[in-house]
Design a protein around this ligand. Sequence first.
Ligand code: DHB
Length: 503
Amino acid sequence: TAGAAAVGGIALNAQASSGPAPASGGLVFDTDGYTEQTTTITDANGDDHEVIYRFWKAVTYVAKPVDEKYQSLNVSAPVKIDGTSVDASGAPILFANSVGGYMPSSVADATGVGAGGTGGPPGGGGGTGKMVSLPKLALAAGYVVVEPGARGRTLKNSAGEYYGTAPAAIVDLKAAVRYVRANKGRIPGDTDRIVSSGTSAGGALSSLLGASGDSPLYEKYLRELGAADASDAIFATGAWCPITDLEHADGAYEWNWGTNVVQGTGDLADRTVSKELLAQFAEYQASLKLRGLGGFGTLTARNYDTYLLKQYMEPSATAYLKALSDADRAAYLADNTFITWKNGKAGFSWADFLTHVGARKKNAPSFDAFDLSTGENNLFGTGTTGTRHFTAYGLKHDTTGNTGTRLDGDIPAKLRLMNPMPFLTGDLPGGKSGGKPNAHRSRHWWIRLGTKDSDTSHTISANLAAAAAALGDDVSHLYYWDQGHGANTDPGDFIEWIAKVTG
Ligand code: DHB
């Protein structure tokens, strides 16, 4: 079984016996266990930098690993940048996961910084945007980079049991943060200035890591793995196109993209299904009682289109058009006559915006499919069961022969462990309101999403931003005009933002 790997994990972690006293449970970072590497990194302005750095590879971060291939991390710390020595001992730490699709993500075979990860967009980049590596940019800026692997939904042991389904990935990332913090003073960088990054499923996990810091709800899972006894709170959160709030995502999707024809097949998503899901969104959004940014009132299914348009879509188009030459802007506007350009500002209707985006990417329901065919159905698998329903609606309409009338008993708790929203709104386990927002959450949020990304609803990121802002947290959220899933078109700004918020 997968558990057999645990023995090797303990043995590996015992090698620092002659060093300082163990930080916690024998999880001692081997300060000398690096190789020195030299690489050339092109920064966000297109300038090349020669970076000499120390690279620690495949460091197992839990005492009782289930699978070390995934439960290990790489550390990169700059020594010299463009010939000048750097002291990174107090530098911020970029904690960059490369999870995509809630799939397993390993850095164990990486040969250097920013090369890790399997599946999905690379750590903080990709999609239709310029390919960027946030780990590389961060290293060239003088930061320490920690790249954690994490288990993912498809992993199965020889007994046929799934061991990477929810909540494995978030538990692993928390264990990795705990390892880093337990090794304060050994591991390079400021362990109280950990800034997380991730894209898509990785963006969802990054926001969850930020929202759920030190939550006791994960304790039993962390203890099972022999995670270090330290805080798993992080300082700041970077999340690109987070695919999160999964149990409400089907309704949100129909609210946003319900009128758009399904991609590929050309078929309309089932209209009855779409309408029923839409009603669920209205109810959920009303229950959140979130106020929009910029003085906008309480967000509802009725006004969210105006909100997205005024707060995000028009400013996004404006920024895009402003950056173009006069000739290119004129050409773009000639091709996109739905946009009016007046006094240096773009204006358009929500309906025209939806037409401009075009075909939706997913079917209805987008996440809890009746035939259990989505990655998310697999994410909520357990034991030898590969896929399960995680919404009452999905279960009710099941087409796979499941005659159950109630969701499996462990599902509500697992949804709670996978969703950043209740940690911000103060909802208690089980979805009851009246609790307190998590005081150990990250207080700085960088959230980005392409306007043409229909992998989930635009309300998912906007709700996350509104929930954090409602608590007084520092929120930078914008949408990249005409960009699709996984885009990161302002990575240099993120690198500067890290310096600003951690400085
Ligand atoms: C990702 C994309 C999806 O559409 C989804 O449902 C989950 C994850 C991703 O790219 O990580």
